[in-house]
Structures are given as structure tokens and as C-alpha cells.
Write a protein that binds this ligand. Structure first.
Ligand SMILES: C[S@@+](CC[C@H](N)C(=O)[O-])C[C@H]1O[C@@H](n2cnc3c(N)ncnc32)[C@H](O)[C@@H]1O
Length: 310
């Protein structure tokens, strides 16, 4: 028997913001947000407008609650709001999939770097219970769950670390320009140096370990085999971008960044904060407090955050 779709229900404002935690980092997100209303798998619901949330991979703005009498009514209610929707199901997977099947399919092609951001808005939704949708037409990321699927280069870069920079540059729609000088601290084996070289930049690579031979042989890549902490700003000279992917405690990286900031010799910063053991939220906050900077978790970050100051 075909179920009637039932009377249409108006979306109800929730006064919430929904945060999708980076995979594996729900506890870090909750610690960062403070008081939250509910946690459903990776979805964290918190009252009020968006708060700083470095550990969120996507943020659902102004989510509404929509009572729905049937699968058809749910799909109709979403379609009435806009075209493109990404489902995040934390339970009721079959019912959610049946609703999803009635929505325009999302078939993103792997992104060939560099690429513009998708122009079409992408909303996110979930089923709170069998008869209630939680849906947000606007999200912080134009990609499904904040994840960019790239057409990967499996031959040229020496490892997959290059995906962090592809993701960052795509997200920012900004990257080093031809002829700019990039300092790449903790560069080996050279995935980041490869990306920077592909951008047309001149690269000063610093690492205690050697670069992959193919990266070291690239024209415009100069290797200095030494500690990043011994490479004094005055010795390196002015750089357009300072990149750091050095494995070290975030507090030690903060000291290095403060030294470069004080020197005035680096125009822009892109640094990975790598946590060993429990997350050092205090140092992360100190990075976030540096004026003009941003702190976030890239999909390609592990137990790491990316700090930038452009
Ligand atoms: C995650 S790897 C970097 C990967 C690199 N971004 C890439 O794309 O290939 C971390 C690097 O930090 C380097 N490292 C650790 N301590 C360092 C130090 N004190 N100075 C310079 N490099 C250091 C390691 O040798 C290692 O190559």
C-alpha cells in the first residue's frame, strides 16, 4: 500500500549549530566546544551560533527540525528547501537511505587539482528519529562532510602528504605563486616541496633527513639538511610562505613560529601541529589566539591541526 505523504510540516528553527567532528576526534571537538546538547556518533549538537571549532570537519548552520510523516514527505521537504543534500546517518540507516534515494544524486567527480570550489550550495541532513529530520541548507564546507576527493597523483610525489596542501589550497582558493619563495621545514621525503614546486615557487627545503632523490633533483628546490630549529630566520632571509610539517611537540613549534613572527621575515605561515598522546588543547589555543590566524583540521590531517596565518 502506498502511504500518503501527509500534511507538509514547516521547518522549525532549533537554535542549534551542528558540528561534524573529524573522524576519530569527537572527544577533542567536545572538549573544544564546552557545553553541548547531544552527541550522535560524529555529530555534535550545541546551542547558539557557531563557536570556534578546529576539530569540526563541517559545520551545519541554522539547522531546522522537520516533522515528516513518511519517506516521501521527508524527501519532498528537503527538495523544497534546495537541490543538493548530503546525508549523515548515525542510525536508521535503511530509512535514511530510502529518503536519500528520492533526492537528486550527488556524483562528484574526483577533483583535479587545482580546481575552483563547487558553486552549488550543499546542505546536510540526518534523521533524529523515524519522523524527524534535522537539516541545514548551509554548511561551512561545499564538500560532502568536508571531504574533498582528489584525482590522486600516484607517481610524482614521494608520499601522500601532498594531499594536505592540495586540500588546504583548494579550501583557501589560494596557493604560492610563480617565483615566490617557500620555506618547507620538515620537508622530507618531499611531498610538500613537490606541490610547492608544481605551483612554480622556489623552495628551500629543511630537514634532518634527506629528500627523495627525485625531489632533490628538481630545479628550484634547494635542500638544507639541518634541524628546522637551527635554521635562524636571519640565515634563511625573507620568505613569502613558511611551511612546517616538522614532527615535534606543538609547544616547540610555537616557539619557532614566534621567532619567525618576531623577525618579520615570513609573510605567510602554514604549520601542522602534531599531537603525541593526549591533545595539547592549551597550546592549540595559543596558536588560535595569534592575530589574523586560523586553526582547523583538514580531512587529510591525522592527530594534527593545521594553523595558518596568511
Ligand atoms: C611528516 S614528515 C614531513 C613530510 C613532508 N611534509 C612531506 O610532504 O614529505 C616530518 C619530517 O619532520 C622531520 N623532522 C623531525 N624533526 C626535525 C627537526 N628538528 N628539524 C627538521 N626536520 C625534522 C623528519 O625528518 C620528517 O622528515
Amino acid at each position: 500500500m502506498v502511504k500518503p505523504e501527509g500534511p507538509e510540516s514547516a521547518p522549525l528553527p532549533t537554535g542549534l549549530t551542528v558540528y561534524l567532528a573529524a573522524d576519530g576526534f569527537v572527544d577533542d571537538l567536545v572538549a573544544e566546544l564546552g557545553a553541548v546538547e547531544a552527541v550522535h556518533d560524529r555529530l555534535v549538537l550545541a546551542a547558539g551560533p557557531p563557536r570556534p571549532a578546529a576539530w569540526a570537519q563541517n559545520i551545519w548552520f541554522d539547522p531546522v527540525r522537520i516533522p515528516v510523516a513518511s519517506i516521501g514527505a521527508a524527501a519532498k521537504a528537503l527538495r523544497a528547501m534546495q537541490r543538493n543534500w548530503a546525508l549523515y546517518a548515525f542510525h536508521l540507516h535503511r530509512r535514511a537511505a530510502l529518503i536519500e534515494a528520492k533526492l537528486p544524486p550527488l556524483r562528484p567527480k574526483p577533483l583535479v587539482f587545482p580546481a575552483p570550489l563547487p558553486a552549488a550550495p550543499l546542505g546536510s541532513w540526518t534523521l533524529l528519529d523515524a519522523g524527524t529530520l534535522l537539516a541545514a541548507p548551509r554548511c561551512s564546507s561545499p564538500f560532502r562532510h568536508g571531504e574533498i576527493a582528489f584525482a590522486e597523483n600516484k607517481t610524482a610525489p614521494p608520499n601522500r602528504a601532498y594531499l594536505k596542501l592540495w586540500e588546504l589550497f583548494t579550501r583557501l582558493q589560494r596557493q604560492p605563486q610563480r617565483g615566490e619563495i617557500c620555506l618547507d621545514l620538515g620537508a622530507s621525503p618531499g611531498g610538500w616541496s613537490w606541490v610547492l614546486h608544481e605551483c612554480g615557487a622556489r623552495v628551500i627545503a629543511v630537514d634532518k633527513a634527506p629528500l627523495d632523490a627525485r625531489i632533490a633533483a628538481l630545479s628550484g628546490v634547494e635542500m638544507r639538511q639541518q634541524s628546522a630549529f637551527a635554521a635562524a630566520p636571519e640565515d634563511i632571509g625573507p620568505v613569502d610562505w613558511l611551511f612546517s610539517d616538522v614532527i615535534c611537540y606543538p609547544a616547540r613549534l610555537l616557539g619557532l613560529v614566534e621567532r619567525w613572527l618576531a623577525s618579520g621575515l615570513a609573510r605567510r605561515f602554514v604549520c601542522t601541529l602534531k599531537f603525541q598522546g593526549p591533545t595539547d588543547h592549551e597550546t592549540a589555543q595559543r596558536f588560535a589566539a595569534i592575530p589574523g590566524s586560523q586553526l582547523f583540521h583538514l580531512h587529510n590531517n591525522k592527530h594534527e591541526l593545521t594553523w595558518i596565518r596568511l
